[in-house]
Write a protein of this length. Structure first.
Length: 500
């Protein structure tokens, strides 16, 4: 029997009324298991109205109240992390261990939100002039919205709303309609932890819902994670409607491997970073740049490891990689591999014909490895978002860095080397927002901020960490001057001497 996922508004499940529904499939079987309500503009308006009403009291609530609820929320998430991971595997397809890792990374931001009291302390300067003090404080924005992608249906929402509500805002979340169930469970657990009705709302939908949020006069800010074309659209549209925007876009993350690198460690890292979560990560390594004469040996080591990866349903503990999210996405990813040779690449591994016994209708694709890829080929220029690794060759360190910096994307990058001086130069010279040194996926911990450069980020703020707190608050500076009590009018005596 098909499950139905409805909206979560005002602390309760609200049935969809638009008459529009979207299918949710189990990627391992291809079967439609769920239908999700797709909101109309009126339904989005109801969610925003609920958040606006809740803000009247939540926005002035004490820090002690907010953090107390968040500590309870963190405990509930920890206790139910297996259930959240099950929903992720069922609708996204990633293996269960990967889904558990996603929940753990989301919990980091909840923990940061639990300590929000430190982040919101503000500043004070006394006696800037005679009896004049200046204080800088940060206050919430009001109703804020988050639009999140399919590849991390629990983690990315947790990158947003815990900090937003800890800062005193109320939140409307529009998760991906491809895997919506985890978002509802996150909201239900927040309510169970004591979050007041209307502080966190979940409205499901497609472009109609997105546009309604971007244009809504009561939404003060929008957070987004997704592809670069949509990030540009979100930034342009929301900004035109007077909203603060952080829109994180796509990526083509490079890993520069120098001749002195430990090639076994580099190959291990390349396979893990390129093929983990079936390559459906904005921080996946999709391009390895081999410097000097090491290219052939490195490609062979990557091939040996890639051929051993076990592909299967995410519910099988033996599986190391699951299927892709939809059949259409699987076919698009496959097209880059089938067209690679005609554009000059050497196809070392072709995973396009892969299937799994007993799950023939699943959205399967094997691991693909393309060598000697040119920078003007489709496989290199586009964000493939699947298990396809491109290897490019560079004669020198300078050539490799130039190649990376010429990319329009600047999300994450990595260098593998034993030379500290080369690593230091790289981290200063490379044009990317996140850099790993012998670390293939340099996703910052929760108390540092996540975000890229160039076409990987639109807006001034990175997500979570200090940037996240600043995004969800606005600064106010208060200048005060009080007369000394000894100057009080005659007839009022506070016990201060009048001859000092």
């Amino acid at each position: 029997m098909t499950k139905t996922v409805n909206h979560w508004i005002g602390g309760k499940t609200v049935e969809g009324t638009s008459g529009n529904w979207g299918p949710v499939t189990d990627p391992a079987t291809g079967a439609v298991t769920t239908r999700v309500a797709l909101a109309s503009a009126d339904e989005v308006d109801a969610a925003v109205a609920s958040a606006k009403a809740a803000y009247a009291t939540w926005g002035t609530s004490s820090l002690a109240q907010r953090t107390g609820i968040l500590f309870k929320y963190r405990a509930l998430l920890d206790a139910r992390r297996g259930e959240i991971a099950d929903l992720i595997t069922a609708e996204h397809g990633k293996v269960h261990s990967d889904a558990l890792g996603e929940v753990a990374r989301g919990l980091e931001i909840v923990e940061l939100a639990c300590g929000i009291t430190v982040q919101l302390k503000g500043e004070l300067s006394t006696q800037v002039s005679n009896r004049v003090d200046v204080a800088a404080i940060r206050q919430p924005l009001g109703v804020v919205a988050g639009i999140t992608p399919f590849n991390f249906p629990a983690m990315v929402p947790m990158w947003m709303f815990p900090l937003a509500v800890a800062c005193g805002n109320t939140f409307v979340l529009k998760p991906s309609e491809k895997d919506p169930s985890a978002a509802n469970l996150l909201a239900e657990l927040a309510s169970e932890a004591g979050l007041p009705d209307g502080v966190l709302n979940v409205v499901h939908g497609d472009k109609v819902a997105v546009d309604a949020l971007l244009e809504h006069p009561d939404v003060a800010a929008v957070s987004f994670v997704g592809s670069t074309p949509i990030a540009k659209y979100i930034h342009t549209t929301a900004s035109a409607n007077g909203k603060r925007v952080q829109a994180l876009g796509g990526a083509k993350n490079h890993m520069l491997v120098l001749p002195d690198a430990d090639l076994d460690a580099a190959a291990d890292a390349a396979v893990s970073a390129a093929y983990g979560s079936a390559g459906e990560r904005c921080m996946a390594i999709s391009a390895v740049v081999a410097v000097g004469a090491i290219g052939d040996e490195l490609v062979e080591k990557i091939r040996e490891r890639a051929e051993k990866i076990k592909i299967g349903p995410g519910t099988d503990p033996a599986s190391e990689m699951g299927p892709l999210i939809t059949a259409a996405h699987r076919d698009k990813v496959a097209s880059y591999v089938t067209g690679a040779a005609a554009q000059g690449a050497e196809v070392v591994l072709d995973g396009t014909g892969y299937s799994v016994d007993g799950y023939e209708n699943g959205h399967w694709i094997g691991l693909s490895l393309l060598d000697k890829v040119s920078t003007d080929s489709d496989a290199y220029r586009d964000e493939i978002f699947g298990p396809v690794l491109c290897v490019l060759r560079a004669d020198t360190y300078e050539d490799g860095v130039r190649l990376i910096n010429d990319s329009p994307f600047g999300n994450g990058t990595a260098i593998f080397t034993r030379d500290g001086g080369a690593a230091r130069r790289f981290q200063l010279e490379v044009q990317a927002g996140m850099v790993g040194v012998n670390v293939p996926i340099p996703v910052p911990v929760g108390y540092h901020s996540f975000g890229g450069w160039k076409d990987s980020l639109f807006g001034d703020h990175h997500i979570y960490g200090n940037d996240g707190v600043h995004f969800y608050t606005r600064g106010k500076v208060v200048t005060t001057r009080w007369p000394d009590p000894s100057e009080a009018p005659v007839g009022v005596d506070l016990g201060f001497p009048r001859n000092h």
